[in-house]
Design a protein around this ligand. Structure first.
Ligand code: NAD
Length: 250
């Protein structure tokens, strides 16, 4: 049975990805700061801890190998957002966002990547963002972390592709999850700000993202896809229209 490791699996996109991969027959190692309820899955191991802690990451890899004996995919999904102007963002906060969103995926990528490289096959999917492809004001730490994650994706793809490990990123637009609820509670944007901007006129659903992640994890479906940063954004990043022109199409 193929085994996938998913970080940030307790809620949102990570939980949806776990549900989908479970239904497709994968075993799951589910990592989160919060405890993950595993009884809903057929064959799952919960690993509770902080992905910025290198020791925890090494232990998580050892426990995953002890239980399942193999790793076929790593989904670097856990992330934190931070909405504040660059001038209001402390260096400490900037570093914290980079630690979770960029340094941790590097450590997890190395730890689980080694296992997949030894086996000669596997896939890593990094959950970046449209914020990894474009500038969005008031998100200097978050956007830098996601641009960095896209850079890490491309670099590992060229280092590891010939050894059977594909590395790709998904770049979601705005998704209705706890992260969005929290960000909106801070008053920085509304649902309509987002839906007016998206050519498909809606938020992403967690399942839109999970389906793309599952496809990228599966060698039989995306076996020659390596190093892409795939927008899943309803057309957000492709649209150069001005607002009134976009809204006239509705
Ligand atoms: N929601 C969106 O609009 C959106 C858009 C683009 C990209 N993303 C990205 O998708 C990913 C998932 O987002 P989401 O909306 O499901 O978020 P979420 O906040 O709902 O869930 C994130 C999960 O990650 C866990 N987590 C956070 N820090 C951790 C740490 N240090 N160690 C272990 N676990 C940790 C949290 O406990 C939580 O369960 C993130 O990387 C996010 O940046 C989200």
């Amino acid at each position: 049975m193929k085994t996938a490791v998913i970080t940030g699996a307790a809620q949102g996109i990570g939980r949806q990805t776990a549900k989908l991969l479970d239904s497709l027959g994968w075993s799951l190692a589910l990592i989160d700061l919060q405890s993950v309820a595993t009884q809903q899955y057929k064959n799952a191991l919960a690993l509770t801890g902080d992905i910025t802690d290198e020791k925890f990451v090494a232990e998580a890899a050892a426990k995953t190998m002890k239980k399942f004996g193999r790793v076929d995919a790593l989904v670097n999904n856990a992330g934190i957002s931070n909405i504040s102007s660059a001038l209001d963002t402390t260096t400490e906060k900037y570093r914290q966002v980079l630690e979770v969103n960029l340094v941790a995926p590097f450590m997890l990528g190395k730890e689980f990547g080694k296992i997949m490289l030894d086996a000669g096959s596997g896939a890593i999917v990094n959950v970046a963002s449209v914020a990894g492809l474009q500038g969005v004001a008031d998100r200097s730490a978050y956007n830098a972390s996601k641009h960095g994650l896209v850079g890490l994706t491309r670099t590992l793809a060229v280092e590891w592709g010939a050894r059977g490990v594909r590395v790709n990123a998904v770049c979601p637009g705005w998704v209705k999850t706890e992260m969005d609820h929290k960000d909106q509670a801070g008053g920085s944007y509304t649902d309509q700000d987002i839906t007016d901007h998206v050519p498909m006129a809606r938020f992403a659903r967690p399942d839109d993202i999970a389906e793309a992640i599952a496809w990228l994890c599966d060698d039989t479906k995306s076996g020659f896809v390596n190093g892409v940063a795939l927008p899943i954004d309803g057309g957000w990043t492709t649209d150069g229209s001005w607002q009134s022109l976009r809204l006239r199409q509705r």
